[in-house]
Design a protein around this ligand. Structure first.
Ligand code: FDM
Ligand code: MG
Length: 225
């Protein structure tokens, strides 16, 4: 029998701060896999096309205000409404490439400095709603030094696209990486140097992903479990 039939698709997540080149690399990776005849699809988070996604979009564009806890839960709900389809696709042998995931959810929410408190939302509160979502087989954190990030094109108009917020989020991403390594082991999270040309970064990513896109043996895991 075909040995590939016992393999499922890989769940690969890209994370990082704004302007790190994440979306460019995700698009190139999906293109490459399709050219190579592999089954792959892109999953953007937040997915702004759903009803929940539209609420998130309004919040990010400052067209709506929301309690910090409430918007955090909406970001998580936006992942949960996509979770069954992700699992199903993985089990059908499709590689799913996500542009952001639960790790952005934690890092951005925990980085917030609310008017009433010195800290953002408690780290543990941020972690819990995503518990038992599909576990990525690999998360690639696109790492860019502060100076390089500042040099890149101007931030956009959206909420969170400020130097203060990005710096705070950078720190939270370090804590998220530690948590992933603690709960899921050291092989699930890789920092990728996001400096250099698009082609240079693409090569590094290719090296980090290795044979993962040939398929994975074993069930899809559960996040934080
Ligand atoms: N963001 C993204 C969150 O705050 N929580 C989340 O769970 C996710 C997935 O939303 F500033 C933030 C990160 C970013 C903003 O993301 C919109 P994109 O990648 O620019 O669409
Ligand atoms: Mg953005």
């Amino acid at each position: 029998s075909d040995p590939s039939s016992s393999r499922r698709g890989a769940f690969i997540v890209f994370e990082g701060l704004d302007r790190c080149g994440k979306s460019t690399q995700v698009a190139r990776l999906v293109d490459r896999l399709e050219r190579e005849g592999q089954k792959a699809r892109l999953q953007k988070f937040p997915d702004r096309t759903t009803a929940i996604g539209k609420m998130i979009d309004a919040y990010l564009q400052s067209k709506a205000e929301m309690d910090d806890h409430a918007i955090h839960l909406l970001f998580s709900a936006n992942r949960w409404e996509c979770a069954a389809a992700i699992r199903q696709d993985l089990n059908r042998g499709i590689t799913v490439i996500a542009d952001r995931y639960a790790f952005s959810g934690i890092a951005f929410s925990a980085a917030k400095v609310s008017r009433s408190a010195e800290m953002g939302l408690p780290f543990d509160f941020c972690l819990q709603p995503d518990r038992s979502l599909p576990l990525p087989d690999l998360t690639l954190y696109m790492s860019l030094p502060q100076e390089e990030a500042t040099q890149r094109s101007q931030f956009g108009e959206e909420r969170y696209e400020t130097v203060t917020m990005q710096q705070a989020t950078r720190k939270q991403f370090r804590l998220v990486a530690e948590e992933v390594k603690k709960i899921h082991g050291g092989t699930k999270w890789i920092d990728v140097d996001a400096r250099g040309t698009i082609e240079e970064v693409e090569e590094r990513i290719k090296g980090s992903i290795g044979v993962l896109t040939d398929g994975v043996i074993g069930r899809v895991g559960e996040l934080w479990v």
